[in-house]
Design a protein around this ligand. Structure first.
Ligand SMILES: Nc1ncnc2c1ncn2[C@@H]1O[C@H](COP(=O)(O)OP(=O)(O)OP(=O)(O)O)[C@@H](O)[C@H]1O
Length: 596
C-alpha cells in the first residue's frame, strides 16, 4: 500500500496549481488579462483629472478634449476585450483542471480498499465528486481573475493618487485599517463553520440518495414524505447552520460595507481645509472628492470572495483527503497458475470483533469450490479478501504462489471476475453494460458472450437491440434478465478466477435452467468459488468448504461433507424439506379439508 506523498506536503492554492498541471498557464494568462483590464479601468480617472486641471488652468481646447477622449475610449475598449478574453482562458483552464481532478479522484477511489470507502457515506463521496470539485471551478474560473481585477484597480488608482498628493492619498486608505480587522474576524468565523458545512452537506446528499433509493418502499408502505425523518432532519440542520452563519457574519458585513464608504469623512473636510488655505489646487480637491472617496468600494466583492475562499479551500482539503487515502499497490504480474492458498487468515471489520480467524484452505488451479455456512458466517468476507476488496488482518492469501498484496492491483482485478447477488447495471446501453468486461469488444464478441449467457434472444427483442439504454428500460428487466446480462459481462471478461456470490439468487423456475446453463458456460476451465445458500447448486462442485465459528471448519467432497459436517447435513435436510413445502391458499386448504 502507498500514500500519495505529494499531496500530503502541499495545500490550498499551490496544490490546486499542481493539480492543474500545464493548464495552470491558461489561468496565469487569464490573470495577466485581468491585470491589463484593471490598469485600463484607471485611465478614465487620469483623463478626468487632466481635463479638470487643464480647465482650471484655462488651457483646455477641443483638440486636447478629443485626444483625452480618445485615450479614455481606447482604454475602455481594451478593458472590455480583456475581461471576456481572460474569462475564456480562465474557464478553459478551470474545466480542464476539473476534468483532471475528477479523473484523479475516480482512479484513486478505484484503488482504495472498500474499507476506506465504507468509512465514508455515499453522501460524502457524492459531495466530494460533485460540490467540492465544482468549488474549484468557482475559484479558478472566477475568483482568481476577479481578485486581480478588484485588487489591482484600487492599487493602481492609489499609486496614481500618490503622484498627485501623498497625504490625501494616505488618508483615503484610513478605512482599510478597520476593514482588514473586520475581514479577518469574518474569515475566521466562516472557517469555524466549515466542518459543519461539510457534515451537513454530506448528510443532506446522503438523505437525498436514500430518499430516492427508498422510493419503492415509500410507495409499497404508503409512508409518504413524513416518514423520511432523516431527510427532513438534514434540511432542518442545513437551515439552522446557515442561520447561524448569517448571524455570525451578517453584522460584520454591514460594518464592512459602511467602512468602505467612510473615506469621504476624512477627505472632504481635510481636502476642503487645505484647498481653502491654498495648499492644494481645486482640481486636486475634485479628484480626491470624486475618485479618492470611491475607489475603495471596488474591493467590496472581496468580502464575498474571502468567505467563498474558505469554502473553496475546504473543497481542496476534501479532495486532498480522498487523494491522501491509502491505496493498494503491488508490482507483481498476475501469475500464470491460478491456485489460491489461504494460510492462517484472520480478518476483522471492527477491531476486537474478529469475523474470520485461522482460515486455511488450498483451492487448486481449475478447481470449483463452494463456500457454505450460516448467514453471517463470513463467506462473502472470505471471497472479498481473495479479490482484495479488503486486506487480511492476519495471515496471507496467495494466488499462484504470490501474495495478493504484491500483485499489481489493476492486474488482480482484471483477472478475477465477480458476479454478485445484486446485479449492477449502469444507465448506458446493453452493449456498454456487457462490454464493461472487455472495453475493446466488438458487437460480435458481445453477442457471443450474451448467447453463452442465454440472454441474446431477449436483447434482440428489445426496441433497439444492443443499443437499448438500460436507464430507460431498467424497471422492465426481471431479476433473472439482469443477472444474465451480468453473467454475459463476466463471460466476456474471461478472467481465470471466478467468484459467484449468491449469483443465482434471482433465478426463478422459468429462468433457472437458463441461468444454470449460463453459469456452467461461465465456469468452464476456471478456478471457481461459489457462495450459495441454495445447496442444490453446489452439488456439482469439486469440493465444499464449510465456514463455521469464524473459520473454515471442514473441506471435502459433497459426500465427505455430508457425512462429516453436522451443519451441512442439517442444512441439506432443511433445504430439501423447504423445496417440498407447497404453499396452499386458504381457499385451497378449505377444499382439501372438505375433501377429507
Ligand atoms: N462492512 C462491514 N462492516 C462491519 N461488519 C460487517 C461488514 N460486512 C459484513 N460484516 C459482518 O461480518 C460478518 C460476516 O459477514 P458476511 O457478509 O461475510 O457473511 P456471509 O456468510 O456472506 O452472510 P450471508 O450468507 O448472509 O450473505 C457478519 O456478522 C456481518 O454483519
Amino acid at each position: 500500500m502507498y500514500r500519495n506523498k505529494k499531496t500530503k506536503e502541499k495545500g490550498g492554492l499551490s496544490l490546486l496549481m499542481e493539480w492543474a498541471g500545464k493548464d495552470k498557464y491558461y489561468i496565469y494568462f487569464a490573470i495577466i488579462a485581468s491585470l491589463i483590464a484593471s490598469v485600463m479601468s484607471t485611465i478614465p480617472y487620469y483623463v478626468f483629472y487632466k481635463m479638470i486641471d487643464a480647465t482650471v488652468k484655462g488651457e483646455c481646447s477641443v483638440r486636447l478634449a478629443v485626444q483625452y477622449g480618445a485615450v479614455a475610449v481606447i482604454s475602455i475598449l481594451i478593458r472590455h476585450v480583456m475581461i471576456p478574453f481572460g474569462g475564456i482562458l480562465s474557464h478553459k483552464g478551470a474545466y480542464r483542471t476539473l476534468y483532471k481532478v475528477r479523473c484523479m479522484v475516480t482512479e484513486h477511489m478505484s484503488k482504495m480498499p472498500l474499507g476506506s470507502l465504507n468509512e465514508r457515506s455515499s453522501g460524502e463521496i457524492k459531495t466530494v465528486m460533485n460540490e467540492s470539485i465544482e468549488k474549484l471551478e468557482l475559484f479558478l474560473a472566477h475568483h482568481l481573475t476577479e481578485l486581480v481585477l478588484y485588487l489591482s484597480g484600487p492599487i493602481v488608482i492609489f499609486t496614481y493618487l500618490c503622484t498627485v498628493n501623498v497625504p490625501l492619498a494616505l488618508i483615503s486608505l484610513l478605512p482599510l485599517l478597520f476593514i482588514g480587522g473586520v475581514m479577518a474576524v469574518m474569515f475566521g468565523r466562516m472557517s469555524k463553520y466549515m466542518e459543519r458545512v461539510n457534515r451537513t452537506g454530506g448528510s443532506l446528499s446522503e438523505a437525498i440518495i436514500e430518499y430516492i433509493n427508498g422510493m419503492r418502499l415509500i410507495k409499497a408502505y404508503n409512508m409518504g414524505t413524513k416518514s423520511f425523518k432523516k431527510y427532513a432532519g438534514a434540511i432542518e440542520e442545513t437551515h439552522i447552520l446557515w442561520g447561524d452563519i448569517s448571524r455570525a457574519t451578517g453584522p460584520l458585513y454591514a460594518i464592512y460595507v459602511v467602512l468602505l464608504e467612510c473615506s469621504i469623512l476624512f477627505i472632504v473636510p481635510l481636502g476642503g481645509y487645505w484647498f481653502m488655505n491654498g495648499s492644494i489646487k481645486a482640481s486636486v480637491l475634485l479628484l480626491f472628492a470624486f475618485v479618492g472617496t470611491q475607489y475603495l468600494t471596488d474591493i467590496r466583492p472581496l468580502q464575498e470572495m474571502a468567505s467563498s475562499l474558505s469554502y473553496v479551500m475546504n473543497g481542496v482539503a476534501q479532495v486532498k483527503n480522498i487523494l491522501d487515502t491509502t491505496v493498494f499497490q503491488g508490482t507483481e504480474k498476475f501469475p500464470k497458475k491460478h491456485d489460491i492458498k489461504l494460510s492462517h487468515v484472520g480478518f476483522f471489520y471492527e477491531k476486537g470483533k474478529a469475523v474470520l480467524s485461522n482460515c486455511n484452505l488450498h483451492i487448486g488451479h481449475g478447481e470449483q469450490i463452494a463456500f457454505v455456512g450460516e448467514s453471517g458466517a463470513g463467506k462473502t468476507t472470505a471471497v472479498q479478501l481473495i479479490s482484495r476488496f479488503y486486506d487480511v488482518t492476519e495471515g496471507e492469501i496467495k494466488i499462484g504462489g504470490i501474495n495478493v498484496k504484491d500483485i499489481d492491483y489493476e492486474e488482480l482485478l482484471k483477472n478475477i471476475s465477480i458476479v454478485f447477488q445484486q446485479s449492477f447495471l449502469t444507465s448506458g446501453s446493453v452493449f456498454e453494460n456487457i462490454a464493461m468486461g472487455k472495453e475493446t469488444a466488438s458487437l460480435d464478441e458481445v453477442r457471443e458472450a450474451a448467447k453463452s449467457a442465454q440472454i441474446d434472444d431477449f436483447i434482440m427483442e428489445l426496441p433497439e437491440g444492443y443499443n437499448t439504454l438500460v436507464g430507460s428500460y431498467f424497471g422492465r428487466f426481471s431479476g433473472g434478465e439482469k443477472q444474465r446480462i451480468c453473467i454475459a459481462r463476466a463471460i466476456l471478461k474471461n478472467a481465470p478466477i471466478l467468484i459467484l456470490d449468491e449469483a443465482t439468487s434471482s433465478a426463478d423456475p422459468e429462468n433457472q435452467i437458463e441461468i444454470d446453463r449460463a453459469i456452467s458456460n461461465l465456469c468452464r476451465g476456471k478456478t471457481v468459488i461459489i457462495v450459495a445458500h441454495r445447496l442444490g447448486i453446489v452439488q456439482s462442485c469439486d469440493r465444499i468448504a464449510v465456514i463455521e465459528h469464524g473459520t473454515i471448519e471442514r473441506v471435502g467432497t459433497w459426500d465427505e461433507i455430508l457425512q462429516n459436517s453436522i451443519y451441512f447435513a442439517k442444512a441439506w435436510k432443511n433445504y430439501n424439506t423447504a423445496r417440498e413445502i407447497q404453499y396452499i391458499s386458504p381457499s385451497q386448504s378449505k377444499v382439501k379439508m372438505e375433501g377429507k
